[in-house]
Design a protein around this ligand. Structure first.
Ligand SMILES: NC(=O)c1ccc[n+]([C@@H]2O[C@H](COP(=O)([O-])OP(=O)(O)OC[C@H]3O[C@@H](n4cnc5c(N)ncnc54)[C@H](O)[C@@H]3O)[C@@H](O)[C@H]2O)c1
Ligand SMILES: O=P(O)(O)OC[C@@H](O)[C@@H](O)[C@H](O)[C@H](O)CO
Length: 539
């Protein structure tokens, strides 16, 4: 059995092996999507295939939609190649908490394009898509760092600087290319569009808009674009940047899941790590739970995605749901498990959920330190949300999720996942950041993690992180048993780009450094410190 157009011609073996197959005319869907695209997605990673593409698959099968998705990859060509090798088909394994695995052939991706102006044919197609009056939305899952314009020191990144100065003709940065496509749309009828960030960043729509506007303004100042273009991008009735919250735990493609497909007789199912560090396979594996809440601001209309379970609401509600998930009720808990999982030598989140100290830690972060600053969004109850995360989702033994995946780019995530909570404590007269215990432990744990020596004194390799080269030298000279001071770690502790706040200014640095020293005292000290803090906060 081959995952390809030819391989799917004989449907019987797939059906007998329990696969859900496309029931619509895929060729017709592809032709219609190419001719009149409605939805283009940037970032053809695992989440996109597991969530957005699966929702569209369901709606195509139900006859609600007649067009599928166009997938754009602009960072890692190997992701695209993997996809094209299988006629833009993908397999999805939905790993249910009762152990059942639902196997779906995803056919909803009609076309894939590489975002690269140097590749004339591909970029000409991108421009053609952006000229299409039918295009309603461009969405993004390009990770938090995909939106960055500056490095940790606040300096403009080189490719961004080049694009600001050289204009839209041949952009080299990711968002410079996206901005050039918006210009193409403007130059061909000033057509409206929604640009929807679906990444786990706080206020993701605002983040995308600010980044795009930085290009637009620089190009305007340097004489490349008109004032009218600036107004077009800035007018949410022309170009909107809806805020969103997305939630579906999508681990890297796992060998055990690949075995399930291989056992069924599906060929070529091995996951690979690409040279750019992506984990990719012709299949994706994900949990069943999923939420996608989007601000309903689509100036050119939108597909009826509410029929696929998406929730469309106002910005305030999205903000509350997103704040709840990303800054208090899920992602901070995940990051705590990521950091301590790597330090305590775990390779599975579900195994960490059998560890009373770690469960105690995330309960403290969620219920005790997070909940007091959460505003109930109304459409989801924060306490029930944490209950499900802790009791059902994280412990799901069938989910191959690893702390090492979640530890990716931690330097980019701490400010959102914990910094927002600390700021809320500081702003609330009834709360005091000095009373926080679990969050400072995670910060100290992360500094200890940066040493890349685990609690047994063994070296481990930190997950990919854009600041690792910058941050590692600050801790690489520290030996197990050394005692450091706030002054020694000042360059990190004061970095508001990392923590969201200056830890010295907020009076948290002493506590973080004391916990770091306690965890660095000797082998086993991470465990004993974790246990001690959890005992203290559980009282
Ligand atoms: N995996 C999950 O559980 C999950 C759940 C909810 C939200 N998310 C959000 O989706 C994002 C992607 O997750 P995924 O599982 O698809 O990851 P992935 O590693 O499979 O895919 C990442 C995508 O981002 C692109 N990318 C990476 N670095 C980039 C850069 N510097 N500039 C532009 N593009 C870049 C990659 O090429 C790829 O298309 C996450 O960062 C997160 O914000 C993920
Ligand atoms: O996806 P990231 O890299 O922002 O963070 C890692 C995980 O915490 C995250 O992917 C969760 O699995 C996801 O946010 C669940 O919806």
């Amino acid at each position: 059995m081959k995952l390809s157009n030819t391989g799917l011609k004989d449907r019987q073996p797939w059906i007998e092996a329990g696969y859900d197959l496309p029931t619509y005319d895929r060729e017709a869907m592809i032709a219609k999507t190419k001719a009149e695209p409605t939805w283009i997605h940037f970032g053809a990673g695992n989440l996109f295939k597991a969530y957005q593409a699966n929702v569209v698959e369901t709606l195509l099968n139900e006859g609600v939609l007649d067009r599928g998705l166009i997938a754009v990859e602009g960072f890692d060509e190997a992701i695209l190649q993997n996809f094209r090798d299988h006629d833009t088909l993908a397999l999805l394994a939905t790993l249910k908490s009762d152990g059942n695995v639902q196997k779906t052939v995803i056919g909803s991706i009609a076309e894939s394009v590489f975002l690269d102006p140097k590749n004339e044919a591909e970029f000409a197609r991108m421009k053609e898509i952006f000229r299409a009056p039918s295009l309603q939305m461009a969405s993004f899952t390009i990770t938090e760092k995909g939106y960055a314009l500056t490095n940790a020191a606040g300096e403009t990144l080189e490719p961004v600087k080049t694009d600001f100065e050289q204009g839209p003709a041949m952009p080299v940065s990711y968002l410079g290319k996206v901005c050039a496509l918006l210009l193409e749309r403007y130059n061909n009828g000033k057509l409206p569009i929604a640009m929807v960030s679906m990444d786990n960043c706080s206020h993701n729509g605002e983040k995308l808009k600010n980044a795009i506007m930085a290009y637009v303004k620089a190009w305007n100042e340097n004489g490349f674009v008109s004032d009218e273009f600036v107004q077009y991008v800035d007018d949410e009735n022309q170009v909107s940047f809806p805020w969103s919250m997305i939630d579906k735990i999508t681990p890297r493609p796992d060998d055990k899941v690949s075995e399930i497909f291989k056992k069924d007789g599906v060929e070529d199912m091995d996951p690979v790590k690409t040279s750019r560090g992506s984990f990719v396979a012709p299949f994706v594996n994900a949990e069943e739970t999923e939420y996608l809440v989007i601000e309903d601001q689509f100036p050119n209309g939108r597909p009826a995605l509410e029929k696929g379970g998406l929730i469309f609401t106002d910005r305030e509600t999205v903000n509350k749901v997103e704040t709840m998930k990303v800054t208090t009720c899920l992602n901070p808990l995940h990051t705590a498990l990521a950091v301590f999982g790597c330090l305590l030598d775990y390779t599975l989140i579900s195994a960490e959920m059998q560890d009373a100290d770690l469960v105690g830690l995330i309960k403290a972060i969620g219920y005790k330190e997070g909940l007091p600053v959460v505003i109930n969004p109304g459409i989801l109850d924060p306490k029930e949300f944490i209950d499900t995360v802790i009791n059902v989702r994280f412990p799901n033994p069938f989910m191959p999720d690893a702390p090492q995946r979640i530890a990716t780019d931690t330097s980019q995530k701490l400010s959102v996942r914990f910094g927002e909570t600390i700021k809320s404590y500081a702003q609330d007269e009834t709360l005091d950041p000095a009373n926080l215990e679990a969050i400072p432990l995670v910060f100290a744990g992360w500094l200890r993690y940066l040493m890349q020596i685990n609690d047994n004194g063994n070296r481990f390799e930190a997950s990919v992180d854009p600041l690792l080269d910058e941050l590692y030298p600050l801790v690489s000279g520290i030996q197990l048993g050394d005692v450091v001071t706030v002054e020694d770690l000042k360059p990190i502790l004061t970095n508001a780009k990392v923590f969201g706040i200056d830890l010295i200014e907020y009076g948290m640095a002493d506590k973080v450094v004391a916990l770091f020293n306690q965890m660095n005292a000797k082998e086993g000290a991470i465990r004993s410190t974790l246990h001690e803090v959890v005992e203290k906060v559980s009282k």
